[in-house]
Ligand binder design. Sequence first.
Ligand code: ZN
Length: 508
Amino acid sequence: MQRIEIDGVRVLHLPGARRTTMALVFGVGVRDETFATREVTHLVEHLVMGTLPKSNLQRNGMTTVDSTHFHATGRPAAVAGFIEGVCTGLRELSLARADAEIGVLQAEDCSGVGGFVESMFAQRYGLSGLGVAYPGGPGPQYLSDDTITAHARRWFVAENAVLVCHGELPEGLRLDLPRGPRPVHDAVAAREQHGAAWGKSWAAGVGLMVTSTGPWDPALRVALDVVRERVQDVARTERGLSYSSGIVTQDVDRGRREIVLAVDAREGQEGAVATILWEQWRALCQAGPSPDELAHVVEGTQQELEDADEDDLLLGNLIDAAVSELLGLVHTSNTDIQVAYAGVTVDMVRDAARAVWASALLQVPEWSEFAGLPGLDRWRACGWSSDVPSGRTLRPSALVRVLPGAAKKRRFVLADDGVGHVDEDGDVHFVPWAALDSVYRQEPARDGAGKVLDGGGLVVIGRNACMFRIDQDSFGSKATATAAAHVQSKVPAERWAHVRPSLATAAS
Ligand SMILES: [Zn+2]
C-alpha cells in the first residue's frame, strides 16, 4: 500500500485490481450529530450526490455511525471524474435542492436506522456520540440552512478526508476539497458503571455489551465468539428459543471500543435467552473456554478470511485503514488478525473476559418480564431518579384528575436548573439545562375535517436520554404555555427546534 498526498488529501493506494475502485472517506458520521441535527450528515451526502451528472458508473454514497463514504468502481478516468465531481459538489455546496433531498430522506425513512446494537450504545452514551444512532430524531425537515452549511464546512474538508484507491490511480487526479482545520470530535462521556448490570430498551432482542480499553485484544473477541456459540447451542439447538446472533465491535476512540453480542429471541422468551446468555458469560469468566471451543472459533475465523473474495478483502482492508487514520485508531489488518488469533490461549480468553467484567451490560426488551439475576445491578437507560426535584409543579387538568387510570399521577416540574417529569409509575425523568438537546413546540394535529386529534404540547429531549412531553390534552393549554415560557427564559434560542420555513406549511 502506498501513501501519498494529493491537494492536501491523504491517499492510500493499492495497485493490482482489474477495475479501479475509489472511495473518498470522511471522518464524520451519525455520532457527530445531535438528536436535533440527526440525518444532517446523510443530507450533505445526498446534496452532493444529487449534483453529479448521470453515469453508468457503479457508484454510491453511504453514511455510517462514524464515517461517510463516496465510492465508485469502473474505468480509472470515469472513477476519477466521479471523485472530482464529489469534491466540486462539496466546494460549491448548494442548498437549492435541500427541500427536495429532505423529501427523499423522509421517503427513505432512514430516521429509524437505529437497530439493536445502537440501542446498546444509547445505554452507554445516552443521546450523544454513538448513542445518537439509536433514536430517529425529529426529522430532516428540522435542519436549517445554517445547520447544514456549518456541518459541511466543519467536517467535509481536505483535512478530514482520506482517498482510497484500489487499482490504477489516474495521473492528474485533483482533490480540490474545501480546506479547514482538522475537526475535533466533541467529547462524549460514557455513563458511569459500577459493576455488571442489566437494563431494558425498546429494541427487540437480547444482548450483552462490554467495553474494552487498551490495545485491541483478540482474546476478548474470542471470548464473545465462544459465548455466542454456547448460547446458540443451548438456546437454539436444545430449547428452540432463539434464531440468530451476531457480534459487532465499534471503536469509540484510540484505546476504547464497545463490543456487542446480539441474540435474536422468540417473543416471550427474551428473559430465558438473557438468562442463558448471562450464565454462559459468567461461566466463561470463571473457567475460560475448553481447548476445543477455542480451536473451533480460531479455525472459523481463519476459514472466513480464506474463503472471502481476495479483492473484497483488500478493498475492505484499505477502507478500514482510511477510517482508522481519520479517527486516530490503530489499524489491524486481516493478516494481523490471523496472526493474533493463532496466538490466543485458553487462559488469555478467560483473563480478557474477566478484565471487562464490571463493564458488562445485559439488555432485554422493555416488554420482557425478566427481572434481573443475582450479581447484576439495575441499569437505567436515562437520567432516571426517584427524587422529585423542587420547583414549580404542574399537574394534569381537572378532567384528567377525575378520570380513572394512572395518568393523573403525572407531574411536570419547572426547576431552576432544569425541567423534570414524574411519569405514571412515579419515576422521575430530569433534564438539566446543560444536558438539554432540544425543545419542540408541537402544534395540534387535526384530521381532514379539522377535528383536533391531538392537542399538541411541548417536547423536551435530553442528552441524558430523558425525553418527555407536556401534552395539552392532559395538562391544559395554560400549563403548557407556562412550561414553554419557563424553558424559553432559561435556554438559548438555538435549543428551540423549528421546521424549515419552506416546509412549515407542508408539515402542519
Ligand atoms: Zn428519563
